[in-house]
Structures are given as C-alpha cells and as structure tokens.
Design a protein around this ligand. Structure first.
Ligand SMILES: *Cc1c(COP(=O)(O)O)cnc(C)c1O
Length: 380
C-alpha cells in the first residue's frame, strides 16, 4: 500500500457542515439577531419536530446527554441505596449519574454479539433493592427491549433508556409494530454531542417520555425545580439547550434518516470487505432493530487488536477503542458498586478486543477502499 494523501478522520464534521452551510449559517445568524438565546422559538420548534420524529408526546431539551440521564434518574424519585442495573460495557455517564445521586449501579455483562444487555442478564441481577434498569442502545442499535420491558413490568422497575448512540433506530415488537429507540422505556435520554448521530455544534441533550405527569416533573427538575417562575417546589438543576444549538439541530434532524443510510452503506462496505477474514467479527445486527451505526466496531480475535490498531495508524487510518476499561475496573466506581464483582467475561473480552473504524456520513468509496485494503493487508 502506498502512503495516503487522504486525510482520514474518525468523524468528518467539516464536510458535513459544508453541505448545509448556507442554511445553518442563516439559522445561527437569525438567533443572534433575535437575541432569543435561551428558550427562544428555535428551541420550541426543534422540540416539536423531535417529538414528531420520535413519535413521543414529550421532548424535554437539556444541556447534554449526561444531564438527560441525571434529570431522568432524579424524576424516578429513587432513594439513596436503591439499585439500578446498568451494562458494564458502556460510556461512563450511564453509571456516573447513578453514583452521583447516591444510588447503587449494579453492573451486568452484555451479549457478545450485540454488546447490549439482555432480559436474562437483567433478571439475574435483580435483588429486593432493584428499582430501575438503564438499557444502553450501544453503537447504534436497540437492546432487545420487548423482553426487557416484560421483566421490568414483573419486577416493577423503571426503565430509563440511554439512547445517546442510537437516535433514529427502529425497534420491532413481536406483533410487527415498531417504535423509535428511546421511546420504549418510561424515559429516553439522548445526547447531541457533536460526534453523535444527531450532533450539535456544542453540547446538547434531550429527555423524552409519553407520560404527561412525568414530563412535567422532568421539565421542572431541569429548570431549577420551579413550576412557576421563582417558586421552587423541589431541588432541581439548570439544564437547557440553547437556541443556537436548537436551530442547528432542527436543520440536521431533517437529514437524520439520510445520515443513517450513509452510515449503513459504509457499514455494508466494511462488512463485504471483511467477510473472509476469520480473525474479525463484523457487527452483528439484531433482527429486531435497525442499526444506525454510531460506531462500526469490530472484534479482533487472537489478541491482535492493539497490533492492528498500530498497523492502521502507520497507514494514516485512525481507529478508536470504545471502551478500553470495564466500568467495574474504573477507580471511581470501586466504592459505589452494589456488590464487589469479579470480571464479567464478555465485557472483559470486549474491552481487550474491540476496535472501531472511521464511521461518519461523508465516507466516500475511495476512503472506504483504502481503509479496507489496510485491514486486509494486516491479515494477509
Ligand atoms: C455520549 C454519551 C452519553 C453522554 O452524553 P454527553 O452529551 O456527552 O453528556 C451518555 N451515554 C452514552 C452511551 C453516550 O455515548
């Protein structure tokens, strides 16, 4: 392989912006001219459009995805010491807000194919103190939510979906009906961090639910616990989506499905190229969920992950490891965990074996070919 002149990035936000530049520039300037920086009409418009897109009754925009999770957990009214089941293989924010509220994260292992928790793994972890479960729709596809909701109903658990990575994906129920991910649990949470599938040009997040009362509670908590200006009925937080971000997101929301299609096409390209490589496992698509490929994550067998990463790096191909350390091995979580747990075998294996390739909406044929050639050369 020759040295590449391609400037390959994990995520290419500049080219994506270039395609929408005029519309976005105008929308941002409009907010600045109007000076409606906080809770302006752009926020209300985006909220309404997102409610429509997700098919939910209420969207509560907030400052980021971590806040979305925190506000959601606060709205459940759980008490210190209550147990909340989370996957051990996830981004730290999922467990962080639980620990912060003095609840106890109970970490469970994940399915080796989808990297998501399953109803069985959740049920095994339930104790008399379990009050909630936070399924994370990792890398862009839904957990198998129907059986998870069934377990939750039987044990009277809250279900708060961490949908930061899977906005736009559809989950199919046994009866053939579908729902958007995040709209299946009692509360859904998402992030508009720039590199997420629906990314702002700064921080942003949203919480969603169908329940009117819960929505009012969530809105109050995100707004200093006030129901009327300067009247505070509970201790809340300040978490808002600003108008400039809302204006940008409102434009990008119209393209979310075509963005997902572009990601899926890139994933198909990778899948085809790697089909004959026995040491690689390409992403397994769950039959109940569409995949919006927030990440394209390989399993590299035989302990050669780091070697492959170094090789690709020398060819100008960036890769990332999501995630290198299980939550239960993070220093900060040693004390807050409900029970000391040993290694969870799947999570432990994944942390040593996963490798994510460049994945975004602007990957062209030439770049994909170059990346695939690099991977193939390594295994030759
Ligand atoms: C990005 C992410 C979050 C946090 O979102 P922020 O907007 O960065 O606070 C939470 N959970 C998961 C799974 C994420 O990927």
């Amino acid at each position: 392989m020759k040295e590449t002149t391609l400037n390959i990035q994990m995520v290419d936000l500049q080219s994506q912006y270039a395609r929408l530049q005029e519309e976005i520039d105008a929308a941002v300037l409009e907010v600045i001219r109007s000076a409606a920086f906080i809770n302006g009409p752009a926020v209300r418009d985006f909220q309404a459009h997102l409610e429509q897109y997700l098919g939910v009754n209420h969207v509560i925009p907030c400052a980021n995805g971590t806040d979305a999770l925190q506000v959601a957990m606060m709205a459940t009214g759980l008490q210190p010491g209550d147990e909340v089941i989370v996957p051990a293989f996830t981004y730290v924010a999922t467990a962080e807000v639980i620990a912060l509220l003095q609840l106890r994260p109970v970490m469970v292992d994940v399915d080796p194919d989808t990297f998501n928790i399953t109803a069985e793994l959740v049920e095994q972890a339930i104790t008399p103190r379990t009050r909630a479960v936070v399924p994370v729709n990792l890398f862009g596809q839904s957990c198998d939510m129907e059986p998870i909701m069934e377990v939750a109903r039987r044990h009277n658990l809250w279900v708060v979906e961490d949908n930061a990575q899977a906005i736009g994906a559809d989950y199919s129920f046994a009866d053939g009906s579908t729902r958007k991910t995040g709209a299946i649990g009692h509360i859904g949470c998402t992030s508009f961090y720039p590199s997420k599938n629906l990314g702002a040009y700064g921080d942003g997040g949203a919480i969603y639910t169908d329940d009117d009362e819960l929505a009012q509670q969530l809105r109050m908590i995100a707004n200093h616990g006030q129901n009327k200006r300067y009247y505070h009925s509970l201790v809340g937080v300040n978490s808002r989506l600003d108008s400039i971000q809302a204006a940008i997101l409102d434009i990008k929301l119209k393209h979310l499905d075509s963005y997902a299609a572009a990601r899926r096409a890139a994933a198909d390209h990778y899948d085809r190229a790697f089909a004959g490589i026995g040491q690689l496992q390409t992403p397994v698509r769950h039959q109940r969920s569409t995949h919006v490929f927030h990440q394209y994550t390989l399993i590299v067998r035989d302990g050669r992950r780091d070697e492959l990463q170094a090789f690709l790096s020398s060819k100008g191909i960036p890769t990332m490891i999501y995630y290198p350390v299980p939550l239960y091995e993070q220093e900060a979580y040693q004390k807050s965990m409900a029970n000391g747990i040993g290694k969870l075998p799947v999570t432990d294996f994944l942390c040593r074996s996963v490798l994510s390739l460049p994945m975004h909406t602007e990957l062209n044929e030439e770049t994909l070919e170059y990346i695939c050639a690099g991977v193939k050369e390594f295994f030759k």
